[in-house]
Design a protein around this ligand. Sequence first.
Ligand code: ATP
Ligand code: MG
Length: 376
Amino acid sequence: MFRNLTEAYSMALEDYLDGAGEAALLQAYQLGRRAVTERLGVLEMAAIHQEALVAVLLKMLAPAENARVARSASEFFSEVLAPFEMTQRGFREANAILENLNSELKQRVENVLKEYEAARDALEESKRLERMKNELISVVSHELRTPLTSIHGSLELVLRGVESGGTAGAGSLLEIAYRNSRRLVRLVNEMLDMQKIESGDAVFEIRPTDLWPMLGHAIEANQAYAEQWQVRLALEGEVPRVRVAADPDRLMQVLTNLLSNAAKFSPPGETVELRASTSDDRVRVSVTDRGPGIPVEFRPRVFQKFAQADPSATRPREGSGLGLSITKAIVDRLGGRIGFESEIGRGTTFHFDLPRWREAGDEVDAAGVSRWQLPF
Ligand SMILES: Nc1ncnc2c1ncn2[C@@H]1O[C@H](COP(=O)(O)OP(=O)(O)OP(=O)(O)O)[C@@H](O)[C@H]1O
Ligand SMILES: [Mg+2]
């Protein structure tokens, strides 16, 4: 491009010097303009002009002189252009350094931004935890205060009666106080249990556990409670003769919580059904009732601590709403999963899946004890 331009420029210049007049000058001028629009610098333009001029003059000289002048012209140019090229190289190098600095700066800004975002997330998380803690404290205080107020009130009445010499009705007041203190003890125990499971302090002794007798024991152990609600508990269908990887006491706790809920929410005269099935590596246990179902808007909170659906919609409120959160925490620790299906007015089925016990040499995929082996 540079070469073409030089030639065209020198031709125009030669024409002009030959006397072609204004038109040739205009042609040279336009070539100069084009060079500038094609981003040649002023120095480069000057070089083109010089070279064109020399080329024209050379043509006009005698041929013998031609070669000598051409050589000295070329020497002259290389000398003239050397500093300019150096400057250009200098610019290029400076530019590269600036680009490096720029990208380094960009990287640093990105790092600082990332650090800022992480700090902001941590702050949000700690605010969220703080909010959760405050909520929990207010719920717990409320749960504790209700039975405590009742105990306090009952004992106060008994005391007044004793002071005034009359003890009539003391028995039933003490009965109320006793019932509430039992509720209080249960609540505190459940909260401690929950905390131990969640913090990982609770020891889970995971071992091969025969499912079938376990389900039978669970029904026996909860039948009396269910009878209070005039509900029957029954084992339905064939229970597969398999073993699960579980801590038997904790498994019993899970079954008790689900069976007692199902009984509590069943209408009198109904039957709660317990059944089990297996897939390749899992065992599913389900508890089905024909109660009122779980309100749709409450479903996302079923496993939350202290969460209870509107009591007026079901039975009079009983319990603290900790049962299912403990149940879920236990199933999680056993490496299982819990879920439910519910239909308003028709009933609810809670089910949980546990890892099936594998034979010798295999590992248990339950959380907690991961390398239990059969002792043979
Ligand atoms: N089978 C069920 N049918 C209908 N609602 C249920 C059923 N199981 C649980 N629920 C709803 O979920 C809530 C939470 O159950 P959860 O077992 O955690 O607490 P609770 O039974 O009320 O009290 P706790 O178990 O501490 O004695 C219940 O209060 C009830 O509203
Ligand atoms: Mg319960």
